[in-house]
Design a protein around this ligand. Structure first.
Ligand SMILES: [Zn+2]
Ligand SMILES: [Zn+2]
Length: 233
């Protein structure tokens, strides 16, 4: 299955990138960039987090492989598409995945059982390192990864197939975005791009444990009144 092979290659490459960036941050504690987190890492922390991250990476890869296999090769297209169609479908993927994540994330905070048994694992990553987007209970990791599958289904419903180029770029973007929001480096200028879910946006979620549930954009938190407002932002 060509589509599956390409996506899995991107998954592996993204994971190695996440691992490499996290390792560099842990090693270079004298890094000149200003992080949002003041607590320092130890190498033991890194090893501890890697174990769960690797386990989740394997589980997510299995879930994605099975899902794409069930959907079937015929629904994936290698045909070239226009820039505008690509942009629209890419935006659809981001939006669908973000809505899915917002609601499951919020549910895991509202429901005390789900928070205690599942989501609290991710909040134990203090301070987070980039690859901590994979430091979560396996059920949460797979639940979040399912957003990609829902996105694929929506693409098929909209255009009759899922463009492999949209999926490939989206899979890579998704990892880069998650690395960025858990890096502690405020890369996006919030003053001008406040509608994008930034590192600071997610930092406040890890700080207060309530609010800022979305990942890619900030509009869902604004609409549903879950945005964390802080004077120092
Ligand atoms: Zn997080
Ligand atoms: Zn949370």
């Amino acid at each position: 299955m060509n589509a599956l092979f390409l996506l899995m290659s991107i998954f592996v490459f993204s994971f190695l990138l996440a691992f490499g960036v996290s390792y560099l941050i842990v090693k270079k504690e004298d890094i000149k960039l200003k992080r949002l987190y003041t607590k320092r890492f130890t190498f033991a922390m890194f090893v501890y987090r890697c174990r769960l991250a690797i386990k989740n990476f394997i589980l997510i890869s299995i879930l994605t492989t099975i899902s794409l296999y069930v959907i079937g090769d015929s629904f994936f297209s290698f045909a070239s598409i226009s820039f505008w169609k690509f942009s629209f479908l890419f935006f659809v993927m981001v939006a669908v995945d973000d809505v899915w994540f917002y609601f499951i994330h919020r549910l895991m905070h509202i429901n005390r059982f789900l928070y205690r048994k599942i989501h609290s694992v991710h909040h134990r990553a203090v301070p987070p390192i980039p690859m901590d987007y994979l430091f979560a209970h396996p059920i949460e990791a797979m639940g979040a990864a399912f957003g990609l599958i829902i996105g694929v289904i929506v693409l098929i419903l909209i255009s009759g197939n899922a463009s492999i180029y949209v999926l490939a770029v989206y899979s890579f973007y998704r990892t880069i975005h998650e690395l960025a929001v858990h890096s502690g480096f405020q890369i996006i200028p919030e003053k001008y791009l406040g509608w994008i879910g930034s590192s600071h946006h997610h930092f406040k979620h890890h700080k207060y444990h309530k609010g800022n549930y979305a990942s890619a954009f900030t509009y869902l938190d604004k609409i549903f009144g879950t945005e964390i407002k802080e004077k120092s932002s």
